[in-house]
Ligand binder design. Structure first.
Ligand SMILES: [Zn+2]
Length: 268
């Protein structure tokens, strides 16, 4: 408990108000993870959640982002950063991040939860809620920070005839428009289809490797939209169809990797 309190008390500046993946994306990722838990991990987790589905927790970090004490305690965990080669070792994270980052948070949780049975129930439940959110967030394209590029996307675009913030296009716009009418269960059904071999391949490593893989896949999209500060770029269904497969792939990987994280921590 003390150690967790210490991690939480390393409160820092600059909370990043960001809502990666929105309602459908976050819930779909948590649902895919839930379906891939080992029986042992599932039972261990349910001791803390009383059987509440993981997707119910998936947006909690965004819901409390402006509420004390969480606004400080959980600040900075919604994004992660890598260098020009899309690598994210500790030295890069510590040097370039604004406050804190999701990859480091996942390394801390892995260490801290090694003896989760000796932590208080509320501490473990809070950690579960955070992990479910953080792994999803650092798979979201506009939550990936590159040391040499500003890709947060905080500028207006015309998205399908309406004024949007480009950041929000990746958080929710593409997921909602790519398969109109799909809810998170439908997304989970469609994306939870990889073979055991494919799952083993994409879940190798831990947060740093997962984030680096995503940041390599995502980096080219930064050039798809240009912000010259004058002209509002129009993004139509052709753009949605171009981005949709990448958004789906990132959600799919996030779901399986979230399961791997929870199985590693709670499956022993
Ligand atoms: Zn977030």
């Amino acid at each position: 408990m003390k150690r967790f309190a210490l991690i939480l008390s390393l409160a820092l500046t600059l909370p990043q108000l960001a809502f990666a993946w929105g309602y459908i994306g976050h819930k779909a990722i948590a649902e895919i993870a839930e379906r891939n838990l080992t029986p042992k991990a599932k039972a261990a987790i349910e001791r803390y959640t009383n059987g509440t589905p993981l997707h119910e927790y998936s947006l909690w970090m965004d819901e409390v982002v402006a509420t004390p004490p969480y606004n400080k305690a959980l600040a900075g965990w919604h994004a992660s950063i890598c260098d020009v080669d899309c690598t994210s070792p500790k030295i890069v994270r510590e040097r370039y991040r604004k406050s804190r980052d999701g990859v480091t948070a996942m390394e801390q949780f892995q260490l801290q939860l090694k003896d989760y049975k000796n932590l208080s129930d509320s501490t473990v439940l809070t950690a579960i809620k955070c992990i479910v959110h953080i792994v999803a967030d650092f798979h979201c394209p506009t939550h990936m920070r590159y040391v040499d590029l500003h890709n947060e996307g905080k500028y207006p675009v015309d998205f399908l005839g309406q004024r949007w913030d480009y950041h929000a296009v990746w958080d929710t716009g593409i997921v909602e428009a790519y398969h109109k009418g799909w809810d998170f269960v439908k997304y989970a059904d469609q994306l939870n289809t990889l073979s055991k071999g494919e799952i083993n391949k994409i879940t190798k490593g831990w947060a740093q490797q997962w984030f680096e893989d995503g940041s390599r896949a995502v980096r080219p999209i930064i050039y798809w939209v240009i912000n010259d500060g004058k002209n509002i770029q129009k993004l139509d269904m052709e753009f949605v169809n171009k981005c949709g497969p990448l958004a789906e792939s990132q959600m799919q990987k996030a779901g399986y990797r979230l399961a791997k994280a929870l199985n590693t921590i709670f499956g022993k």
